[in-house]
Design a protein around this ligand. Structure first.
Ligand SMILES: Cc1cc2nc3c(=O)[nH]c(=O)nc-3n(C[C@H](O)[C@H](O)[C@H](O)COP(=O)(O)O)c2cc1C
Length: 181
């Protein structure tokens, strides 16, 4: 057995660090995937003049040339079919302190944009105020991702807000970054 240098040995492991092998059922997988910390991105576009959007943690950078990112969207999503018809999509990397907004953007009850500052580009991409990063994009390709669709997005614009700290999502909780050491 190979013991990686930074992995606790069995003798040294605390209860919280003990390896825990479970079945590949939905609950266990959700917990397992939640062990990987991510940021959270608000996808948004105007539909009939109103902002439509949802929160995703599946955002990943893909390519520099051409510039591309990807997200995976649940096939059960009722919002994605509306977003995918939009010519341009906004992606806002949520910032520290926007955890409640993220929950609202994931909720099936109420107006997701209520009380939130946002603006739309001429192409109809919806961008959230006070985010850490704004991207606009259009769908390049969609791939099978099991119960999700993997959406490859070609970037149109990038606007970074230096110094704005991102929101971090880990083990079903919103967290913030702290410098190491
Ligand atoms: C932190 C967080 C991350 C999420 N990440 C994703 C994701 O990557 N893909 C996805 O399809 N839904 C994700 N969701 C769920 C959606 O935000 C939303 O709840 C879901 O799409 C249901 O709403 P809808 O039917 O309007 O699409 C996430 C929710 C939260 C709170």
């Amino acid at each position: 057995m190979v013991t990686p240098a930074h992995h606790p040995t069995e003798a040294a492991a605390t209860a919280a660090e003990q390896p825990n092998s479970t079945e590949l059922d939905g609950a266990a997988l959700r917990q397992a995937f939640g062990a990987y910390p991510t940021g959270v991105v608000a996808l948004g576009a105007l539909r009939d003049g109103e902002p439509v959007g949802l929160a995703v943690s599946s955002f990943v950078s893909i390519s520099l040339e051409p510039p591309m990112v990807a997200v995976s969207v649940a096939r059960t999503s009722t919002t994605w079919p509306r977003l995918t018809e939009a010519p341009e999509l906004g992606l806002s990397v949520l910032s520290r302190g926007q955890g409640a907004l993220c929950r609202r953007l994931a909720s099936r009850a109420g107006d997701r944009f209520d009380g939130t500052g946002w603006q739309a580009t001429p192409g109809g991409a919806v961008l959230i105020h006070d985010a850490a990063l704004w991207l606009t994009a259009r769908t390049h390709a969609v791939y099978d991702g099991g119960d999700h669709e993997i959406v490859l997005l070609e970037l149109l614009t990038v606007e970074l807000f230096p110094g704005v700290e991102p929101l971090v999502f880990h083990t079903s909780q919103f967290r913030e970054l702290t410098p190491h050491g």
